[in-house]
Design a binder for this molecule. Structure first.
Ligand code: NOJ
Length: 466
């Protein structure tokens, strides 16, 4: 019974609209390698990964999946699996090595070939402009806590739109502002590894401003482009219905979700944001020279074409945890199949999607990432039997269908990730792919989940062609 369930189709698959977009996602630094080729510059991740003690085993993305050299066969594999869409990221330092000046022609050529390669294979590209590889030159001038970085990103985006607007229609400005700002500048767990709450909130606001400036630039270059921003959204629930647990859950929600969603979709920070961040420099009244300046919120909240949501975690918050001084929330139902203890709680994804529609926007929502890391391995016969990933994806895609049944406008789902890759500070110890990568040989092996996903897409396509 269990295996039938695991290998079956998502129960609500038939509820997805015919034009629903299925895809997979990656990011440049996690797969490309070729760190010193093609005129690429140094990013904060090159620096961070080279700093002793920062990443597991000192792993870096220097070689990663060597996708820089293997992109054609990788796209062939994607096509052979019948995957209709691909969310990829243009490396800022490959296209503009020092974060200013004209684009690097070799970088433009690389990505134009890649995009043409996708079109030639019938795969629709969704391009993320910023997936964490800030030019080190800009970090040296203060990085994201410096407003100038947002302005530089707007200018960079304008050049990229001019160079690619003819072949890329769908754009995501920023990936996961939360990780950029708080993991990078407050918690020190991601590049550039800073640990100052003032820098964290300054980075958070400036990353939102960078989104607003990029959106404006893309629209000015080509008004027909579809532009959105991807936020990571946690589903946060209080452990009990006590007022104390509700208050802790609310505070966790502010830091996880509202500090980004409120300014983006309501044009203002809310009281919860001021309670958390006013002491660290978030000003209530926009003012010249302050963090929030006149006009910022208008730029940040300009209407997007779609909402990107990355979702991985359902968190249970409690006053008891908060009183212990550590994290005030923990993963709901940590999944012991995951080698990172991440939960398998599809209802959390439904909760997040319904909330976006209810509280923030009726625009189409794309799940731009969702997936799980497992301790995958290849059998001597060369098979990767990741049945727990199938179970996971099945449940989450079903949750998308259930959200759609309830009236939430979900337009697409991108599995994270197309292939195993460099998981940032966790190095190569975490495998999220539906395609297995043997890093020593760079051989790719589609996992059982890749064939399952292929089947899900094929079943869905029958509806589309009816
Ligand atoms: C979100 C990030 O965008 C991606 O780069 C990362 O690998 C996955 N989460 C998994 O942690």
């Amino acid at each position: 019974m269990t295996s039938e369930l695991k290998l079956g189709l998502p129960a609500s698959l038939g509820s997805l609209p015919a034009d629903f977009v299925f895809g997979t996602a990656t990011a440049a630094y996690q797969i490309e390698g070729g760190w010193n080729e093609g005129g690429r510059g140094m990013s904060i991740w090159d620096t961070y990964a080279r700093t002793p003690g920062k990443t597991r085993n000192g792993d870096s993305g220097d070689i990663a999946n060597d996708h820089f050299h293997r992109w054609e066969s990788d796209l062939d594999l994607m096509q052979s699996l019948g995957i209709p869409a691909y969310r990829l990221n243009f490396s800022w330092v490959r296209l503009q090595p020092t974060g200013s000046g004209p684009l690097n022609p070799q970088g433009v050529e690389f990505y134009r070939n890649l995009i043409q390669g996708l079109h030639a294979r019938g795969i629709k590209p969704f391009v993320t402009l910023y997936h964490w590889d800030l030019p080190q030159t800009l970090e040296d001038k203060g990085g994201w806590p410096n407003r100038e970085t947002a302005i530089a990103f707007g200018e960079y985006s304008r050049l990229v739109a001019a160079a690619f607007g003819d072949i890329v229609a769908d754009w995501i400005t920023i990936n996961e502002a939360w990780c950029v700002a708080f993991l990078g500048y407050e918690m020190g767990q991601h590049a550039p590894g800073k640990t100052d709450p003032k820098l964290g909130i300054a980075a958070a606001h400036n990353v939102l401003l960078a989104h607003g400036l990029a959106l404006q630039a893309l629209r000015e270059v080509n008004p027909s482009l579809n532009v959105g921003i991807t936020n990571i959204m946690n589903h946060v629930v209080p452990k009990t219905d006590s007022a104390a647990d509700a208050a802790v859950a609310d505070a966790v929600d502010v830091r996880s979700n509202r500090v980004f969603m409120e300014p983006l979709y309501k044009g203002a920070y809310d009281e919860g944001c001021f309670a958390a961040f006013e002491q660290h420099g978030l000003n209530r009244v926009p003012a010249a020279g302050a963090l929030v300046q006149p006009g910022d919120l208008e730029l940040i909240s300009a209407e997007v074409d779609f909402i990107g949501v990355n979702h991985y975690h359902t968190l249970i918050a409690s006053a008891e945890l908060a009183s212990q001084g550590g994290m005030p929330a923990q993963m709901a139902e940590p999944n012991h199949q995951s080698n990172w203890g991440w939960p398998n709680t599809p209802w959390g994804l439904k909760g997040v999607l319904d909330r976006v529609a209810r509280d923030y926007s009726k625009k189409p929502i794309f799940v731009t990432e969702n997936g799980i890391t497992l301790a995958d391995y290849a059998t001597p016969e060369g098979k990767v039997n990741d049945f727990d990933r199938i179970d996971y994806l099945n449940g989450y895609i079903d949750a998308v269908g259930q959200a759609i049944q309830g009236g939430t406008n979900v337009a697409g789902y991108f599995a994270w990730s197309f292939m195993d890759n460099y998981e940032w500070a966790e190095g190569y110890s975490k495998r999220f792919g539906i395609v297995y990568v043997d890093y020593a040989s760079q051989i790719r092996i589609p996992k059982a989940s890749a064939y399952w996903y292929q089947n899900v897409i094929a079943e869905h396509n029958k509806k589309a062609t009816k």
